[in-house]
Design a protein around this ligand. Structure first.
Ligand code: LCS
Length: 407
């Protein structure tokens, strides 16, 4: 008997949700109130498979802690003073990943994006370069852009839908004397790869050889398919000081709007730099919610993972049957499916636009993932199955209509 209801469809409009109201700017670069940007679908008719938050309710273990905190009735300036939060997060990491860290290394931030921007600025001089693997979550690029640094890319190799690191290329880029920082996404968005021990060790060796700073962005690390295991990069590089690890409850428990994440900085000097410029107040509701997640969120998470595993399975089956020329391997982690539609589209086609206009589906595709991503779409599968099936049907119908029209 299941304890949680992931089939419930929850109305998100009128909550200032980016997911429902922010797609015009985020996906299409328009203004969010641009009346001229019309689609054959009303805004509430779209199936939304884009931004990485979930259509599922945040679990009660999180909401109840927030309610409890609200009931204390004063929401004044707040910072983490007690050991409670550190203990809860450390226990989570010890239990799930067999890894931990010292209390003084743990800092918090209003999200990982602000942390990436700030750390890039602290670490790099203006003429130095930021390296990451592509395709990539675009905010790695934006961190370089915001700080006026050049970005360098190492393309992953696509082995029949399984993405692997090109160590030779990576080592070459890492050895450029101007390359000083790597942002490493573990597990990887958008391909969903969970980097295995031997892969992490090889990457670790190259990092050490070149004395690179590395930010290991592990925000997706709780969202693994059954049978997969997350290994923090810090676990294979236990004594490497130039390593920063970012983790959060926000993806796992659907609390991205609470703007709260963990930034574990080993290097003392960098921590000092951070502390000098970082306004380290936190939202009391965010701390309460994160405590609820770390202390009592495991059984909800295990059921969520089963539900996601099934959504991936039905997506694989549906695509095989209805878009037989699409190429798709179930992601090892994340709730994001990375689907290759190169048999149906040309590189220059704007896939997000195509699916918004022709299918009524909001998704991110192609160039939105920096490079090495032409003809791919990324589908967010974290939604009730009924909604997912509707999205898949619309996607395949639109592609099949396009093919029929070309015949
Ligand atoms: N890092 C990675 C790898 C992410 O995928 C995301 C969110 C973030 C950081 C953002 O962290 P935050 O600032 O919320 O703590 N990923 C998103 C995505 O792929 N689409 O929408 C959000």
């Amino acid at each position: 008997m299941k304890k949680y209801n992931f089939d419930e469809i929850i109305e998100r409009r009128n909550t200032n949700a980016l997911n429902t109201d922010g797609f015009r700017s985020y996906i299409f670069g328009a203004s969010d109130d641009d009346e001229s940007m019309k689609f054959p679908y009303e805004d509430d008719e779209f199936i939304r498979m884009w931004v990485a938050d979930m259509e599922f309710a945040t679990p009660d273990c999180v909401l109840d802690k927030i309610r409890e905190r609200l009931d204390k009735r004063i929401l004044g300036y707040t910072r983490i003073f007690s050991n409670e939060y550190y203990n809860a997060f450390r226990s989570w990491c010890e239990k799930r990943y067999g890894w931990s860290f010292e209390k003084e290394e743990l800092l918090t931030s209003n999200g990982i994006i602000p942390a990436l921007y700030a750390l890039t600025g602290h670490i790099l001089e203006k003429d130095e370069k930021l390296l990451f693997l592509t395709p990539s979550y675009a905010y790695f690029q934006y961190s370089a852009d915001a700080n006026g640094n050049e970005a360098v890319y190492s393309n992953l190799i696509n082995n029949d839908g399984y993405f692997e690191i090109d160590y030779e290329d990576f080592a070459k880029k890492a050895s450029d004397e101007k390359t000083k920082l790597l942002i490493f996404c573990n597990p990887h968005n958008p391909t969903g790869r969970v980097w295995k021990k031997d892969e992490l060790e090889k990457i670790g060796e190259i990092i050490e050889e070149n004395n690179l700073w590395v930010i290991s962005d592990e925000i997706h690390c709780d969202l693994l398919r059954k049978g997969q295991k997350h290994i923090p990069l810090g676990k294979v590089m236990p004594n490497y000081k130039r390593l920063i690890t970012c983790m959060a409850v926000s993806k796992t428990f659907n609390t991205a709007g609470l703007m709260f994440s963990n930034v574990i900085i080993r290097d003392e000097e960098l921590r000092e730099k951070w502390n000098k410029t970082h306004i380290n107040f936190e939202n009391p509701l965010s701390i309460a919610g994160a405590m609820g997640a770390y202390e009592s969120g495991e059984d909800w998470l295990e059921e969520l993972r089963e539900y996601l595993d099934n959504n991936f399975k039905v997506t694989e089956e549906y695509l095989k049957e209805n878009l037989p020329k699409s190429k798709f391997r179930i992601s090892e982690a994340t709730y994001l499916a990375w689907v290759d539609l190169s048999e149906y589209f040309q590189a220059e086609e704007d896939l997000s636009e195509f699916f918004a206009y022709k299918a009524g589906v909001l998704l991110e595709g192609g160039r939105m993932f920096v490079q090495n991503s032409d003809c791919f779409i990324r589908l967010n599968l974290a939604m009730p199955k009924a909604m997912l099936m509707e999205g898949l049907e619309r996607i395949s119908e639109a592609v099949n209509n396009k093919i029929d029209a070309q015949l």
